[in-house]
Design a protein around this ligand. Sequence first.
Ligand code: ZN
Length: 642
Amino acid sequence: MNTIDEIKNQLDIVDIISESVKLRRSGKNYIGFCPFHANTRTPAFVVFPETGTWRCFGECNEGGDIFRFVMKKEGVDFREALKMLADRAGIQLVPLTPQKKERNEREDYLCKLLEEAVIFYRHQLMYTDAGKKARIYLREKRGIKTQTEEIWELGYAPKGWDASLNYFKNKGYPVKDIIEAGLLTEKQDGKVYDRFRHRIMFPIRNMSGQMAGFGGRVLDPDDIPKFINSPQSILFDKSAILYGLDKARKPIRSANQAVIVEGYFDVIVVHQEGFQNVISPMGTALTEVQMRMLKRFTRRFIMALDPDAAGQKATLRGLEVAREALDHNSDPVFDARGLLHHESRLQADLRVSTLPDELDPDEIVLRDPHDWEQIIKTAKPIIYHVLDSLTAGQDLDDPKIKSTIAAQILPLVKDISNPVERDAYRQQIARVLKVDERALFNLAVPARKSRIYRKKIQQTNGQPANTAPLYFNEQEKLNMVEREIIAYLIKLPESKYKIDRFLRSSGLNHLTVTDFVSTENQHISKIIFDSLTQDDLDPVDYITSSMEGESTLTVINHSQPPKTSEEEKNTELRQLEETARLVIQARQLSVNQQIKDFRFLQSSRNEDNNMEQDMVLQERLLDLIKIRGLLDRALSKPVNIE
Ligand SMILES: [Zn+2]
């Protein structure tokens, strides 16, 4: 028996769920109100002890085993749920390698040291004369209540060079360990001194609430830098930690929205005022790792940025360089290009809200919590936000200005991997700049074109590729989507099964040759599907040999999405999800087209057409509308293939 089954055997699902859901017995099963959706009238949540599963037949229409329940309820990932339930069942999880075991022990040891540091700094803040200034500052200048200070375990690192050094040495910790925990700095000549001096201390915990490091903010405005964080260590990886996530993850899940601010005080004060779905990166730009962490709880992210950072200043010039350069600075860099890239790869909904009156989030929420609510509510998709800040106060009748703005914003749009979204953005930009989409393209730097379009366009109108219109007609758009689906399937034909399963779960038919509108695409898709029903060759080899000599193959290789080096597996899953989404989008495009066609047909018919024909048409139209509904619904939520 594997560990997972062993845990399931040891634990009673009814026991576990009863802890948070009031269950009533009904025959062999138990019924209650679903804890995951708001409902007080119909109990739609059923626990099946026999199979060890649960299901919400209401709004969620979701179910699973105890792991799934704990993951959803506690807002943890599978690994953590496994840990929690294994603990509870008294089962030892898989034996560790000696190296891993050693590392775990080291981590535990350093964690313990940091927990002691939390107490040390807290003591300094609360009970020493030196800490008094910091106490007053927190209360009077930052509006932080005593209880908030306790919850966030704020502290004070005293002046001088050896307060914490001596404290931990006296406690018996070797100097090298105190250095490794990030509390001391070692100079080149071997001298060591306190890393944090005369600073407000923010303990930084990882998502599970374990100590990872500290952030230290100056008290004396003349001190620099304004913020120091713990150095990179086995506990502290600033690209993978979000300040406040240990406290915010449940609220993020229930609000289905994460708000990203730029400072520790902002997180604390906004939480204090009742908005607990707020976190902050560690003084750097939001990374994809962080977004992926957040994605476990929601896919809706809102960045609350101060107007300066969100405006032209940091947004559109030398973004990568700026990020590198400012890496050690306190302020994260708003990097529209990077964010858009993450957003599209992660299928996230990333919005930006600009804060008014040069205020920080903590100042706004202290002034009036309703303002905060309003600001978050009116957040805009990043690209529109950038467009707004580029066009603000500009004369949009001046062709030169239009051209400059287009040149700045179009490269960002180019990075969006989803062709349908990309198109929508381009249309919006054309509208705002009051230019024809074709003209818009001529104004701007050309986007990277896949070979297929270059070829097509050259064939059709003889123009060079870089004057091709940005916006293709519906047919062209559909073809583009189909191409991306095929490019993916050629690489991983077996993923058709996963896509089919996903489609079925959305009430849709599985992927067939008829999903592809162009004959060429139908032809290739047939080869792909055939590769799955033959036994002579590996599917990929089958496809390759069947397509040998067909020009399309080379074209398709070119249209493959760029690969990232990190986390191959995640990339594959993302691409799979993206492909499944494209399948639905392709259907949507084609169904919409068919409906349009039907309507046209109807409106152009004569009175003398017989009723029967009408009925058939009517029925088919209804069918299409029904399918469109299913497609819309499938697209309204993130595609999740796991
Ligand atoms: Zn439910």
